[in-house]
Structures are given as C-alpha cells and as structure tokens.
Design a protein around this ligand. Structure first.
Ligand code: PAF
Length: 327
C-alpha cells in the first residue's frame, strides 16, 4: 500500500483534538461522501450522527458533507492522512491504489446476493480486510457499509448480452478489476471520479456508466440515461473510515461510542439500500427509463472468466473460494 507510508501524521490537528477532549469541549468530526443529500449514504450518516451524539452525550458532534463537497473519494481518502478531513464513507472502488488486497470484493459476480455479501464482510474475511486497510493505510476502518449491486446504464440501446456493450465508452471507478471486467465484456472502460460523471454523461463524452439503483435515482442519472439493465455485475461495499490521529485523540468511551455507532448505523444503512432498491426501480420506470429487469447473466459471467485468471494468483484461490462458499 502506498498512501499510508507516504502520508504525514496529522500532528497539529491531533493536538487540538486532544486538548478539546481533555477540556470537555465538544469535538466536531467532518465526514464526507460523494453522493446526494437524499442518498443511502446520507441517510446512514444522519443515523450515525444521531447515535454518536447521543452515545457521547454531545461530546462528539458529527457534521456531514454530501455531494463531494470535500472532494472525490480518492482525494478524501488521501485527506484522512494529511488531516484535511476526519471521516470518509467511500466505496472500495478507488481503494486499489492504496491497499490492493481489499479489492478482492470488487471481483465481478462474486456475491450471490446482499445477504451473502453481508455474511462475508461481517465475518472473518471482512474483519481481516478492514485490518489490512488499517495497517497499510494508517486509517481507522470502522465498519463495512453498502453501496449495492451495480447495473449498467446507457443512452443508446437495451443491454441484454455482453455484445451490446461493444464500443461503449463506459465510465468505471478508478479500479483495475472494474476496468479489466468491462474490457473483458467488450466495452471501453474510462475511469473517472464520480464527481465528474453527471456532466460527462450529459455532454456525451462517455456513453454508459454503472451504479446501484439508489445512486441512479438520487444522482438523477435518469435525466441523462435512457436504458438500465440489471446486470448486477459487481457488489459495491463501502467502508466508513476515520483519521487515525483524530480517533486516537478521543477518550476510550468516545472511541467505543463511535465504533458501536458505525456498526449500528451501517446495519440501518444496508436496510435503507434494500428499501431504496425496491422503491426506486419503479420510480425510475415512471421517470421514463427502459429497464431490462432479468437479463441472462450467464454470458456476462462467462465473459469475465479471464479476470479471475488474472487476479486469482494475486488474491489466492483459497480466499476466493472461501468467499464463494460462505453460506
Ligand atoms: O460510482 C461510484 O464512484 C460509487 O458508486 C459512488 C457513487 C461514489 C459511491 O461510493
């Protein structure tokens, strides 16, 4: 992992935090994310805020910054180590540049459904991966949250088979596995920060993108994309991360409150994703999107086999099998 070792410890910011904790003044933590203020991320973070503030009797306050107000995911993750931001809710998408191991969860068609993903992430595999994030990035990885199963949208035609992706310039996250997967399915992946995506779709500099239903709805992609295919090619988890220096500056009671609140609010956030997925599918239809609800996924699964061949040696066949075999 690169980011952690190169980053400077946030000494000056930390000292302020310690003083505040010792003097009984409230500490305010700024948490950023790139999604809309109506999104599942924001709903979850508002729950987190409520829980932290009540569990710490108001001695820790949470301030949320949606819409990429504090930057794109990669920039915010970097900001944790330089002390410019306290907390980030980010998908694992842009994490390949920081800690490659964690991106095993980004492999295509790895998880059967959300329950399967939750079992893996809340079990030994997920706990080990959070520990790797902490040791290689020097940040506090509090809990697995969720973005959801990703689906392809575009403005040209319905996608029912991999061949339909041919020639599409599709925006992907800045993630090698995601890019390799779309190459294998015949598209031209174009990595880009989420904060630039809406404009790129509007201006037609790219043809397609892929995101979970709650993102397509709350980021209003239905305004610039006609077709949605429920390809569920990647499960996209997210991690609530905190600056280690800011965490260390808190009292043990405050730390415990934050850890508990991260888990509780994470559960609530996952439930929100499930509700939004159901509700927003019909809303996207009424907004005029044409939706392929049950594409035959087998040809897509077959197309990405080379991605497994490439990454198996890196992650280890055993780990991938352990994930697949989790019931
Ligand atoms: O497409 C992305 O970049 C991610 O799904 C998002 C929306 C930033 C959520 O983590």
């Amino acid at each position: 992992g690169g980011g952690g070792s190169e980053a400077k410890p946030a000494d000056s910011g930390n000292a302020g935090g310690q003083q505040a904790a010792a003097s009984g003044e409230a500490v305010t933590l700024k948490v950023g994310h790139t999604l809309a203020d109506t999104s599942h991320y924001q709903v979850g973070l508002e729950k987190f805020k409520e829980l932290v503030e009540s569990k710490t009797n108001g001695s820790v306050k949470i301030e949320t910054f949606p819409n990429g107000a504090l930057g794109g995911e990669r920039d915010m993750i970097e900001g944790l180590n330089v002390g410019s931001i306290d907390m980030v809710l980010s998908s694992t998408g842009p994490m390949s540049g920081f800690v490659q191991e964690v991106t095993v969860v980004d492999l295509p068609f790895l998880f059967r459904d959300a329950d399967h993903a939750h079992k893996v992430l809340d079990g030994e595999v997920g706990t080990d991966l959070l520990a790797k994030v902490e040791s290689s990035m020097g940040v506090k990885a509090l809990a697995w949250w969720e973005n959801g199963f990703r689906h392809v949208t575009n403005n040209a035609h319905p996608v029912t088979k991999p061949e339909d992706l041919k020639g599409f310039k599709i925006r992907t996250m800045e993630n090698d596995i995601h890019m390799d997967s779309f190459k294998a399915m015949g598209a031209q992946p174009t990595p880009m920060a989420f904060t630039e995506l809406f404009t790129a779709l509007q201006q037609g500099t790219i043809d397609a993108e892929e995101n979970p239903i709650p993102v397509i709805m709350t980021s209003r992609f239905y305004e610039v994309q006609k077709h949605l295919s429920l390809t569920r090619h990647f499960y996209s988890p997210s991690i609530l991360m905190m600056s280690q220096a800011k965490f260390d500056a808190l009292s043990p009671e405050q730390q415990k409150a934050i850890e508990e609140a991260a888990l509780e609010a994470g559960k609530f956030e996952r439930e929100t994703v499930a509700e939004m997925e159901k509700q927003y599918l019909s809303e996207l239809k009424s907004k005029g999107m044409e939706i392929v609800e049950n594409p035959d996924l087998q040809p897509f699964v077959d197309a990405v086999k080379p991605v497994y061949e490439k990454y198996e040696p890196q992650f280890g066949k055993e780990l991938i099998e352990k994930i697949r075999n989790t019931q």
